[in-house]
Design a protein around this ligand. Structure first.
Ligand code: FUB
Length: 314
């Protein structure tokens, strides 16, 4: 019996590695990866992801570090040593949840979700590096956002999922939230708020995972709605709104409750980077995998619904 099980496991591993050589989704096949964010820098794309480390069958998050991968063609991904973990924030105690990296000048800033050590609830920290692959270090020595700074809801996990955006005039913004979508200006140093925390008014329920981007004069705010989650989006001519709801961008992932994404343009094509439960045998909501598919815009600037594929991008 033991020999048969070993044989089956080996066959599964071999079929996975053969698949890995051919590309396709999920793009990372040797680890469970979640909450993708991506940065285009020069002729490369850097993928920053959470690491789902829960033991098989466990139905809760175990996430201690963030992972980094790079590519020149969106098909072949190089793994880099983990450049950041919860331990790099002395004031945090757990939970390397969703994050995003941006570049300003010659520095890279990584905004992350963690559980605060002394202020009850989730918090957002920021790390800095001279390189997109790190090493990163805590840029402040304290949280940028803590649960007691946001009072729109009583939940302890509304300060999660940072998305950072630098507008054409150089003004940087941080968007984040759970059940309430918050945003605030960042100072040019990228590690302090520059004004009050504001609330985004959206006509569709906001669950979490905002991603803010701009294209041809339109601002796009895409985010997860309901639970299990779909990704929807809104468009505006101003970063301060009003936001016009534009419908579903990505459907339910099927075997995964969450639906976290990033949107980039690279070498003339647009991409939607997301996670689902494609690699997991079970308990997929806590054993997620990052995938990439093409994103297409309509002539009026609206986005076509994503077609999630097994083949991925070529
Ligand atoms: O991975 C932990 C949390 O699940 C993220 O912060 C959310 O966006 C959801 O994906």
């Amino acid at each position: 019996m033991k020999t048969i099980i070993k044989g089956l496991i080996l066959a599964h591993v071999l079929s996975l590695s053969a698949w890995a050589q051919q590309g396709g989704n999920p793009i990372i096949k040797d680890k469970f990866t979640a909450d993708p964010a991506a940065l285009v820098d020069g002729d490369k794309v850097y993928l920053y992801a959470g690491h789902d480390e829960a033991p098989e069958r466990q139905q809760h998050y175990v996430m201690n570090e963030w992972l980094c991968y790079s590519t020149s063609d969106m098909v072949h991904w190089t793994a880099h040593p983990s450049p950041l973990s919860v331990k790099d924030f002395a004031w945090a105690k757990a939970d390397a949840w969703a994050s995003q990296v941006t570049k300003r000048g010659d520095k890279y800033y990584w905004y992350v979700t963690v559980e605060h050590g002394t202020i009850p609830g989730k918090a957002i920290g920021v790390a800095v590096s001279d390189s997109p692959t790190g090493p990163f270090k805590d840029a402040r020595g304290s949280a940028l956002i803590t649960n007691n700074m946001t009072t729109e809801t009583k939940i302890f996990w509304d300060d999660i999922d940072p998305s950072v955006f630098i507008d054409d005039d150089g003004q940087a913004y941080l968007f984040w939230g759970n059940t309430v979508c918050y945003y605030a200006k960042l100072k040019p140093n990228m590690i302090e708020l520059d004004g009050p925390i504001m609330k985004v008014n959206l006509s569709t329920p906001f669950t979490e995972a905002p991603w803010i981007h701009k294209r041809k004069g339109w601002y796009y705010l895409s985010y997860s709605t309901e639970f299990p989650e779909k990704t929807v989006y809104a468009m505006s001519k101003s970063i301060n709104g009003p936001w016009q709801h534009k419908g579903i961008l990505n459907e339910l992932a099927g075997n995964c409750n969450t639906n976290h994404h990033a949107i980039i343009d690279f070498k003339g094509k647009s991409y939607f980077i997301y996670h689902n439960g494609a690699l997991a045998a079970d308990a997929a909501s806590f054993h997620r995998s990052v995938c990439v598919d093409r994103l297409y815009y309509n002539k009026d600037g609206s986005m076509k619904r994503i077609v999630m594929t097994t083949e991925g991008v070529k």
